[in-house]
Structure formats: C-alpha cells, structure tokens
Design a protein around this ligand. Structure first.
Ligand SMILES: *Cc1c(COP(=O)(O)O)cnc(C)c1O
Length: 358
C-alpha cells in the first residue's frame, strides 16, 4: 500500500528517511545484534545514542551551554503539572490563555499556586493571540507561561512578550519549525509527536539557573533537577522514542537545519493561505496576522460541505483533515515532515472541490 499525505495534528507524519532508517535498525542496530528497544538504557551502546541525540538537538537548536536538555515521559501534558511544581517559589505565575492547551496548562497550575490569566482570547474562540502590550504582568511572578503555537486554532505568536519573569513556553506544535532564540526563554517544552518523534516523549529545555527550586511535594520523576542530575534517566526513559527523536534531529541537520526547513514551512503555509484568501468556498478561521505555519484551520461555513470535503479528500490520499471537535471545519497540520508535494496536492484538490461545488 502507498503512503498517504497525513495531515493529522498529532501523532503526525515522520520524515521518510527517519522511518526508513528506523526500519533498517529495528531488528539489529549497527553491529550490536539487537534492537534499540532491547538495549539496557545504561549500556554503552545506548548511552552513545542518547548522548548523540542530545548533542544533535543542541546543535540544531543552538542551545546555549547554560541550558539543560531533558527527555521526559508523559508528553507535554505532564509538564502542565511539573512546571508549577518545579518553578513556583513565590507561589504565583502569569498565564496567557490563547488556546485549549494554554487553558489546560493554567487550570492545572491552579492546583499548586496562584494563577493570573493576564490575557485571553477565549471569548472569541481563540481566533487570535491576545494583545500582550496591554497586559499587566504580576510583579514577582515565578514565570510567564505561553503556548507559542495553538495547535487547535491555528494561531501563533508573532513576538514574545516583554517580561521580566522567565518565559515558559509550550512549543509542542512549533519546535524545530522555525528558529527560536533559546536564550529568550526560561523553559521550552514540547510533546514529541508533532515535530520530533513518537508520542509519550517530551523534550524540555530549561535554563540551569531555574533548577533547584522544586516544591517538596514534587514527585521525584517530575523533578527537573533530579532528572538533570540523572541525565534524564531517573527511571528507564522512553529509549525507542529518544532514538527516533535523534533520527529526526539528524535528518534536520542533513537538510540544512532549522533555517532551511523554515523556508520550506513558509512556502507550504503560503500555498494554503494564498488559496484560502482567494477562495469563494473556503475561508481561514485564524486572524491573518496570527496565522500558524504548522496548523492551517479553515471552513466552508456549511458543516455538511465540510464533512463532504474531508471524505472526498481522504479518498484522494489526503487524510485527517477534520478540524478539532471544538472548532469544527478543517485543519491541515503541515509539520516539518509534510512534504511540499502533499500541500500542493491538497491545494489542487481544494480548487477542484471548489469548482465542482460552485
Ligand atoms: C499536542 C499538544 C499538547 C499535548 O501533548 P501530549 O503529548 O498529548 O501531552 C500540549 N500542548 C500543545 C501545544 C500541543 O500541540
């Protein structure tokens, strides 16, 4: 069977060379005579893989030396709890409510301290990033939490907030898609299943000066300081997931790194948005200024027509275009691993569908 173009928001496509390499290595990795999944995480062969993976992420994202790189379990969602547990020294944090995951993160943090929602676009169904120039940030807040790309609503920040407190950023659906100046953040975290590898894994980049502040009730497994001391191996890590993440980092480096993929991503997004702007049938749902490069949300305005489109697209090998249940309509998730060809095919199909249904 031929592979489809999979526009799933996550877990989503992995790059073809990554899958092929993983397939070749599945039964015997190199000269070890065993699969990566069968190796002790403490063995030299595995720690070599792990160290190379960390080194490649550091290289591809240009992570400064005063930042720790952790590979954790429980996806991005576990960090919604770990963030307040590791950072709330004064017991207060600011959150920007720009989407569903930002909202969930803030709700979870309320269990551990005072959460101030400094700005929200929730009343407008999250069609934009709220204006932070008018927001009042809390003096002495332990951190400011943002979600830089809102996966469900298809919006993204165009600039980081100007704040004194460290910025804690959920980058799950945009990490590695465009350059990020890591030094501007306190913490960057990302569930792996969008731009990195398999689900269940979370990459967390934390400024070393923020470590050592975990609350007494913070579970050891979620304590970043413990994990940093143990090289992300307080318990058995997701060895296979980390290995696959390493293949993705290698692939990115081989094609020219983040600058190169960012150019591709801009072209892919422009193909879709340019068409949406001229279409008489389809309409983008995110405010133009905040349009995401990774998740393109659109509707026809008629739920039955939307459903017919999603079905007809799937028959053409363009799958998982249904929007999130809270928004309806369509969403094309076009992460790093989605080839330009897939987006071109989608736009061509949208044009055809429009002509057929005019
Ligand atoms: C997918 C996603 C999450 C949730 O990730 P899990 O790995 O399922 O916990 C959180 N935040 C954002 C922005 C996401 O896109």
């Amino acid at each position: 069977m031929e592979r489809v173009f999979n526009f799933s928001p996550g877990p989503s496509m992995l790059a073809q060379p990554v899958l092929e390499k993983a397939q070749r290595d599945l039964i015997c990795y190199g000269t070890t005579g065993m699969s990566v999944m069968e190796m002790s995480h403490r063995s030299k062969m595995y720690t070599d893989i792990f160290d190379q993976t960390v080194a490649n992420l550091r290289k591809v994202m240009q992570i400064p030396d005063d930042y720790e790189v952790l590979f954790l379990q429980g996806g991005a969602t576990e960090q919604f709890s770990a963030i307040p547990l590791n950072l709330m020294v004064n017991g207060v944090a600011d959150y920007v409510d720009s989407g569903n995951f930002a909202h969930l993160s803030a709700e979870e943090a309320k269990r551990y301290g005072t959460v101030n929602i400094v700005a929200t676009s929730r009343p407008d169904n999250y069609t934009y990033i709220p204006d932070l120039s008018k927001a009042t940030f809390t003096p002495g807040a332990d951190y400011v939490h943002i979600c830089q790309n809102n996966t469900i609503y298809g919006t993204r920040y165009t600039a980081l907030p100007e704040v004194e407190a460290p910025i804690v950023c959920d980058a799950s659906s945009m990490i590695l898609s465009e350059p990020m100046d890591v030094s501007k953040y306190g913490v960057i975290y990302a569930g792996a299943q969008k731009n990195i590898g398999p689900s269940g894994l979370c990459v967390l980049i934390v400024k070393k000066s923020l470590l050592g502040n975990a609350s007494k009730i913070c579970p050891k497994l979620m304590n970043w300081t413990v994990q940093a001391d143990k090289g992300s191996m307080y318990n058995t890590p997701n060895t296979w997931g980390i290995y696959l993440a390493g293949l993705t980092f290698e692939w990115l480096l081989s094609i020219g790194g983040i600058e190169a993929i960012h150019e591709v991503n801009k072209r892919k997004a422009a193909l879709l948005y340019d068409f949406l702007d001229e279409s008489k049938l389809f309409k983008g749902t995110a405010q133009a200024e905040f349009r995401s490069l990774m998740n393109v949300t659109f509707v026809t305005g008629d739920a039955d027509m939307d459903a017919a489109f999603v079905k007809a697209a799937a028959a053409q090998g363009l799958v998982n275009l249904k929007g999130h249940r809270t928004v309806g309509g369509m969403r094309a998730s076009i992460y790093n691993a989605m080839p330009e060809e897939g987006v071109k095919k989608l736009v061509a199909f949208m044009k055809q569908f429009e002509a057929d249904n005019a």
